[in-house]
Design a protein around this ligand. Structure first.
Ligand code: FES
Length: 335
């Protein structure tokens, strides 16, 4: 059986399935509901039932005062329902509303795509998932001394599985370790989140993503969130790489094009044999802008190498992209 919950004041709605807590269902829908422990001890997920009757699902140690109880206060992580509800709940509105967290995770899967690209999946404890916004980053620490801030490639709708995409830079101790020594079940300490690049649910600007190589990880998180929101927004992805082998999630891009109403995917291979990569990258940006004479209508997410970011930004602004609609990868601010 499925019931509907509406949160106030946001008006967000989501389905709750039998056996699910309201918090689990809300997170699955990609909503940034405030919570911390998920096990009934902190009180962070308190909500007030405005309409309908909620059902206690699980025991909790947190004590709800009797005046709060009378006002309809429940813990969303310990409550379910068999009827439609309206609940007043706290949701994060921006990155500032999400606290810094520290979580010990374990490696659940390592997918080596080829010699120099790897996908890492980390699993958090069930009762201690990471709260973050799509497009944000986290610091990974291995063996107490190797650490790196990386963009989270997975959707916040599943905070238990955190995905990261790596390029191998031979001689860099962190990526050398990830590619040559890291093994499943190994502990990885995760802290964060960092960064402000994200989607806004009530924003309807069409979107252009322009990313280079593993800069794709930002897109993966953002698009998966848009899918969990069931958002019908125009999105065009330009994935720039040096060769076809680096389009490591092309099957995802093609399935998004099939699932979403207006998602276009264009791989962009840098094959200008006699030119430097940076020159070809800038040429590619020019070519993409040529396709959009109305580019000032678009929200543009740009994730290209840092050495050409400034040039890329001023070129896009010069071609008509509105500064407040241009989002650059901000990971370097946290390194
Ligand atoms: S998240 Fe801590 S009590 Fe619900």
């Amino acid at each position: 059986m499925t019931t509907m919950v509406r949160l106030e004041p946001s008006g967000h709605q989501f389905e709750v399935e039998t056996g699910e807590t309201i918090l689990e269902a809300g997170l699955r829908a990609g909503l940034p509901i405030q919570y911390h422990c998920s096990n009934g001890t902190c009180g962070e997920c308190k909500g007030i039932i405005i309409q309908g009757i909620a059902l206690p699902a699980l025991h909790h140690d947190y004590v709800i005062k009797s005046a709060e109880k009378q006002a309809g206060t429940v813990l969303l992580c310990r409550t379910t329902t068999n009827q439609d509800l309206v609940i007043q709940a706290n949701e994060a509105r921006s990155a500032e509303d999400i606290p810094q967290q520290n979580i010990m995770t374990r490696v659940s899967k390592i997918d080596v795509i080829h010699d120099h690209t790897l996908i890492l999946n980390l699993r958090t404890p069930r009762s201690h998932t990471l709260r973050f916004l799509a497009g944000q980053h986290a610091q990974l620490e291995i063996k107490n001394h190797l650490s790196r801030i990386k963009t989270i490639a997975s959707c916040p709708c599943n905070g238990m599985i955190l995905q990261f995409h790596f390029t191998h830079n031979a001689g860099d101790p962190f990526t050398d370790y990830i590619f040559n020594k890291l093994h499943t079940r190994e502990s990885v300490y995760v802290s964060g989140p960092f960064g402000k690049v994200s989607l806004e649910e009530d924003d309807d600007h069409p979107i252009i993503f322009i990313v280079y190589k593993t800069g794709f990880s930002m897109v993966k998180s953002l698009v998966e969130l848009a899918i969990s929101w069931d958002k019908a927004q125009t999105m065009h992805l330009f994935w720039i790489t040096d060769n076809e082998a680096e389009l490591y999630y092309e099957n995802y891009c093609r399935s998004w094009a099939a699932v979403l109403d207006d998602f276009q995917y264009t791989p962009f291979l840098l094959n200008g044999a006699n030119k430097r990569t940076d020159v070809i990258l800038m040429d590619s940006l020019e070519n993409i802008c040529d396709l959009y004479p109305d580019i000032s209508r678009y929200r543009v997410f740009l994730n290209i190498p840092r050495r050409v970011e400034k040039k890329g930004k001023s070129m896009l602004l010069g071609r008509g992209v509105e500064e407040n609609l241009l989002h650059m990868d901000d990971i370097f601010e946290y390194r």
